[in-house]
Design a protein around this ligand. Structure first.
Ligand SMILES: Cc1cc2nc3c(=O)[nH]c(=O)nc-3n(C[C@H](O)[C@H](O)[C@H](O)COP(=O)(O)OP(=O)(O)OC[C@H]3O[C@@H](n4cnc5c(N)ncnc54)[C@H](O)[C@@H]3O)c2cc1C
Length: 407
């Protein structure tokens, strides 16, 4: 993996080396894949899914200073929440050297970044959450907006008054009473806090009727149900049910009615996941290439057959361009000017295209070996198909871009 990129300074490269050494020393990619493949019932309890998590590995990542890279320095963290290139490069290194470890470590980074950069989260809430995170090696964060009947509706948003968002929070003195459901949330079932975007005005358009909260999952009335996907990640995806959950107003992290703006402002941090996926895809590409160099058919390595060699070259070119695209976006996010959302939308569309083509190429090159479970490619393909459309489909990202272009 070439880390001589103009986007990365010496400090970034030092962090990448730290991640590389950690992954090479501590991460067993096959063992992580096996955890993801352990069967999970939709009726699994929080205790069941907590027991499945590789907390030892996460705790070692804490000892190495990696788990808390995004946490502010005043709490003992790395303080990199505003350095999109530092976290992006580390996520990419985690993906390349540690496969699924990238998601495992980057999910709490992303939500930490949201909280650090939120102008509305109070010091009290930050103190509570970051202290908890630093003191408890099993503390995890998640973020939740989408609902069963309102997925894209929440992100677009579909703004017809009173339509989008059924999970509702009603004001009751100094508290809010939450009732309803959220449908897909990465890691909610293992999280100590979920950053929740919820309707608080029953009649208005969702862009002006949602409010964001940091929700402690120890709150009575909160229950989960696992979403059992074909290629489960280690961090399980779950539904959440809220039944008369009483939440003090101090956990509000946006002005009332402006939660969606804050939620969408965290988009820049989603690029972290893209960095991680590209790193993992690079490793997969290298494995495909090595296979093509050793597999002999027609009397020579298949990479020497033009049809195979060209596909491997094509995948290399696509991955390089997706990688640079993503670094350019992360670099723009580090600049003081207001972030232009277009590169994010384009990047979401583009890297999904690239990874889909990599899957196709891998299946062609491996032939009958492609679906064999002994290859990490088989696991990678399943995980990616499962999480491919988290956030937005590629084409829908272009729909959002077109709307910006038309303004
Ligand atoms: C692995 C995974 C992880 C996820 N993690 C989280 C999480 O942590 N937190 C969270 O809140 N959510 C999460 N989600 C949910 C994710 O954000 C939604 O899946 C996404 O918003 C799309 O919603 P949907 O699945 O309901 O699809 P739908 O909204 O039903 O869309 C179906 C199709 O219709 C198209 N479509 C929808 N509306 C329009 C429109 N107005 N114009 C044109 N086309 C349209 C879409 O592009 C898509 O092709 C996750 C999902 C997955 C799969």
């Amino acid at each position: 993996m070439d880390w001589n990129l103009p986007y990365l300074n010496d400090e970034h490269k030092g962090l990448v080396m730290l991640m590389k050494e950690f992954c090479e020393r501590e991460v067993d990619i096959k063992a992580l894949n096996e955890i993801g493949d352990q069967p999970m019932s939709i009726h699994s309890t929080r205790e069941d899914v907590m027991a499945r998590m590789p907390w030892d590995l996460i705790s070692k990542a804490h000892d190495a200073g990696l788990r808390q890279l995004a946490t502010p320095e005043e709490y003992g963290g790395g303080g990199y929440a505003r350095d999109h290139l530092a976290l992006g490069a580390c996520a990419e290194a985690a993906g390349y050297y540690g496969g699924e470890f990238a998601r495992l470590i980057a999910i709490p980074w992303k939500h930490t970044c949201t909280l650090v950069t939120s102008p509305y989260a109070s010091k009290e809430v930050k103190d509570e959450m970051f202290s908890h995170f630093m003191e408890n090696r099993k503390a995890y964060f998640a973020s939740s907006a989408s609902e069963a009947n309102h997925g894209s509706d929440y992100t677009f948003p579909y703004d017809e008054p009173g339509k989008t968002g059924m999970l509702f929070a009603r004001r009751d003195g100094d508290d809010w009473i939450l009732n309803g459901d959220k449908q897909w949330c990465e890691g909610a079932c293992i999280s100590a806090y979920v950053l929740l975007t919820i309707r608080t005005d029953p009649t208005g358009p969702i862009s002006k009727s949602a409010t964001q909260f940091a929700f402690p999952t120890s709150t009575p009335g909160w229950t989960i149900r696992i979403n059992d996907m074909m290629g489960n990640e280690i961090v399980p995806n779950s539904q959440q049910h809220f039944e008369n959950c009483r939440l003090p107003d101090r956990y509000r992290i946006s002005p009332v009615g402006e939660g969606l703006t804050i939620h969408r402002g965290a988009m820049a941090f989603l690029a972290l996941y893209h960095h991680g996926w590209i790193g993992w895809a690079r490793r997969v590409w290298e494995e495909i290439k090595e296979y093509a160099k050793t597999r002999i058919q027609g009397g020579r390595p298949i990479i020497e057959h033009n049809n195979v060699g060209m596909m491997i070259g094509e995948a290399d070119a696509l991955l390089r361009s997706a990688r640079l695209f993503n670094y350019q976006y992360s670099w723009e996010c580090c600049q003081p000017e207001q972030i232009n959302p277009l590169p994010f939308y384009y990047g979401t569309w583009y890297f999904k295209k690239v990874l889909t083509r990599l899957m196709e190429i891998g299946l062609d090159v491996y032939g009958g070996m492609g679906p064999q479970k002994e290859l990490t490619f088989e696991h990678w393909i399943r995980v990616h198909l499962s999480l491919f459309h988290g956030g937005s489909t590629g084409t829908f990202a272009l729909v959002k871009a077109a709307r910006v272009l038309g303004q």
